[in-house]
Design a protein around this ligand. Structure first.
Ligand SMILES: C[S@@+](CC[C@H](N)C(=O)[O-])C[C@H]1O[C@@H](n2cnc3c(N)ncnc32)[C@H](O)[C@@H]1O
Length: 257
């Protein structure tokens, strides 16, 4: 069953902007890819959702993006938004099944992902596969919802995970960095964004409780709004407690591989 149905997409777009199923908008995409020259590069976007990040990569950075996702309605929305943004020719969409990436070795200059790897349980296979599809000299630049070191004891995080009711498999920054190194990534770096999102999630909650309330109810229902308010309060609490740690990830494939 779809995790990101049409109504949920509409709700998330109201809070995070059209094309975004994750926070921060174009500025966050720029932050994730900071220092990389993406002009005329081939970029794989894993878990592209409704494609806001890919539009930024194409329109603002000149990338040619291959977007993959596991839910067709997301790719449909993404392609409509890309056409409206005038970047349809720079973006391809591919519906995939969970599991190995359906691409040949050494095909992409950059592998990008924004807040989607949390849905992929086998992190070792994932990062080995990302390494495989990157060209020698290529870069991996992503953000993901990671957990703090004491996730199991963090009541706020556990409550958020239970209420969110999505397929999450979270790792810590140190676990993720270790898996990336084992997969062969060089110069692995993690950039903790907890403080940034602790503040932003509070602001988002204020908007959901106030100015966005009626619009959210319009695309959903009073009942869904009430349930989601509880999820969003739990999200803000889990970020505030430090249990939920949005984090930028970076690593490189050496030229010699
Ligand atoms: C939180 S959304 C983020 C979407 C988009 N990257 C963004 O920032 O707006 C997570 C996305 O990952 C996708 N996803 C889940 N499992 C996946 C998998 N195994 N392979 C590719 N995408 C997956 C979901 O369908 C969803 O679109």
């Amino acid at each position: 069953m779809a995790q990101y149905g049409e109504e949920f997409i509409d709700r998330l777009h109201l809070v995070w902007g059209p094309g975004f199923l994750s926070p921060g908008g174009p500025e966050e995409v720029a932050e994730i890819t900071r220092g990389l020259d993406l002009n005329n590069t081939s970029v794989l976007d894993i878990g592209c959702g409704t494609g806001g990040p890919a539009i930024v990569l194409a329109r603002d950075m000149g990338a040619h993006v291959t977007c993959i996702d596991v839910e067709p309605q997301l790719l449909h929305r993404a392609s409509v938004l890309a056409s409206e943004a005038g970047v349809a020719e720079q973006i391809d969409y591919r519906l995939v099944s969970p599991g190995p990436l359906p691409f040949e070795d050494n095909g992409f200059d950059v592998v990008f992902s924004k807040d989607a790897l949390i849905h992929i349980p086998d992190k070792k296979s994932l990062f080995a596969d990302v390494m495989r599809v990157l060209k020698p000299g290529g870069s991996f630049a992503a953000s993901d919802w990671l957990s703090g070191e004491n996730a199991a004891e963090d009541d706020a995080l556990q409550q958020y995970i239970a209420l969110a009711n999505l397929d999450f498999t979270m790792a810590t920054a140190s676990q993720t960095a270790e898996i990336m190194r084992q997969a062969g990534f060089k110069d692995v770096a993690t950039n903790d964004r907890n403080a940034w999102y602790a503040e932003l999630s509070r602001q988002e909650l204020t908007q959901i409780e106030g100015q966005l309330r009626d619009d959210i109810i319009k695309v959903s229902s009073v009942e869904i709004y009430q349930q989601w308010l509880a999820v969003r309060r739990a999200l803000a609490a889990a970020t505030n407690s430090g249990g939920l740690r949005p984090t930028h990830l970076r690593g490189y494939k050496t030229l010699s591989r």
